[in-house]
Design a protein around this ligand. Structure first.
Ligand code: PLP
Length: 377
């Protein structure tokens, strides 16, 4: 089935008794047992909930996985995933990760005895140098946040397979609409469902999607034990969001391409980081592994003063954390998502006081451009 259709008809609930087209919200914590030792298949909503289950079925299909688990946030999903590892294990991760993931790895996971090498994974050949006997996994984000570096998933998967490592891919930025990491060899796909999947800046959610039943079994055990499951109403909101994923992604990308080209021409803009620009260093890799470029753009302006002025003057584009929703949002990575990364390390990566990150929404492109034009004037 085509992905556009799966977004709308991916769930399997046919609500036999009522004919309800929308999956009902099963707002229940627990379920009555038909008889001693018997179960309806639903015992307690931390473990199974029919609304969440339909969302999980949809996501597993969209990502070509065997199973998907819906969490209360993206960070809850990554935290649960880290329970696969134990004291002494080593993980190689992209050096341009989402700030929250970087914070989790460097504070909580390291405290738990797991060590990391942060590597520029867009140079796949450099990864093997960091593999040690204790290495268990490679964790990548592609494109990265906020510098939009692209990693070659199939090439990294070949390295992971050769050394018996898990490959984990955070697919939040492109979504299954544009990219399917499992098809390229990933073992686990991570999502912040808060972003494009839910798509309306109205709820938090996270996912882990698995390639094999074996990994799924381990993660399901962690899931029911640690308990950061997505609530029934939030599950319904994300399912509702996914119904329009295809049209939103297409239109937001169309807006992003227009905007990236407009930014490239602007005299106060010094550089534009957008995967869909043919001048992007990883453009060829993107064409090979993805069906699109998404709608995230970072750019550098001519000074800190211009950056601050822009943030203070925007009216339509909202100065707010997060991304992927219908509303265009602008963030200042240095002060927001990457505030916890030490200044020197952050600047060495290119995240400085002139860098801004834009999540291009669904407003009319002329209105978005007019707003940025007046803010940059
Ligand atoms: C937002 C985000 C996360 C964390 O997800 P939450 O839903 O905010 O907990 C993880 N990875 C990426 C790439 C993100 O953008």
């Amino acid at each position: 089935m085509n992905i556009n259709t799966l977004c709308i008809h991916g769930s399997e609930d046919k609500s036999h008794c009522t004919g309800s087209v929308s999956v009902p919200i099963y707002q229940t914590a627990t379920y009555v047992h038909p008889a001693v030792g018997q179960s309806t298949g639903y015992d307690y909503s931390r473990v199974q909930n029919p609304t969440r289950e339909q969302l999980e079925i949809t996501l597993a299909k969209l990502e070509n996985g065997v199973d998907a688990m819906a969490f209360s946030s993206g960070m809850a999903a990554v935290t649960a995933m880290m329970e696969l590892f134990k004291i002494g294990d080593h993980i190689i991760a992209s050096d341009d990760l989402y700030g929250g993931t970087h914070r989790l790895f460097c504070s909580i996971s390291e405290k738990n005895g797991i060590s990391f090498d942060f590597v520029n994974t867009s140079e796949a050949s450099k990864i093997a140098e960091h593999i040690r006997p204790e290495t268990k996994a490679i964790f990548i984000e592609t494109p990265t946040n906020p510098l939009m570096k692209v990693s070659d998933i199939a090439a990294i998967s070949a390295i992971a397979k050769q050394h018996g490592l898990f490959l984990i891919v955070d697919n939040t930025f492109l979504t299954p609409y544009f990219q399917n990491p499992i098809d390229l060899g990933a073992d686990i796909v991570v999502h912040s469902g808060t972003k494009y999947l839910a798509g309306h800046n109205d709820t938090l959610a996270g996912f882990l999607v698995t390639r094999t039943a074996e990994i799924s079994e381990k993660l399901r055990y962690i899931y029911k034990t640690t308990g950061a499951c997505l609530a029934p109403f939030d599950s319904w909101l994300v399912m509702r969001g996914i119904k329009t994923l295809a049209v939103r992604m297409e239109k937001q990308q169309e807006n992003a391409i227009r905007l990236a080209n407009w930014l490239c021409q602007h005299p106060k803009v010094r550089s534009v980081y957008y995967v869909g620009l043919p001048t992007h260093p990883d453009f060829e890799v993107s064409l090979k592994q993805s069906r699109g470029f998404g709608a995230m753009i970072s750019f550098k302006v001519d000074s800190e003063q211009t950056a601050i002025q822009l943030l203070q003057r925007v009216k339509l584009v909202l100065y707010a954390e997060s991304l992927g929703g219908v509303e265009s949002l602008i963030t200042y990575p240095m002060l927001q998502t990457h505030a916890d990364i030490p200044k020197e390390e952050r600047e060495a990566k290119g995240i400085d006081e002139t860098l801004l990150r834009l999540s291009v929404g669904l407003e009319h492109i002329d209105d978005i451009i007019a707003d940025l034009e007046q803010a940059l004037a």
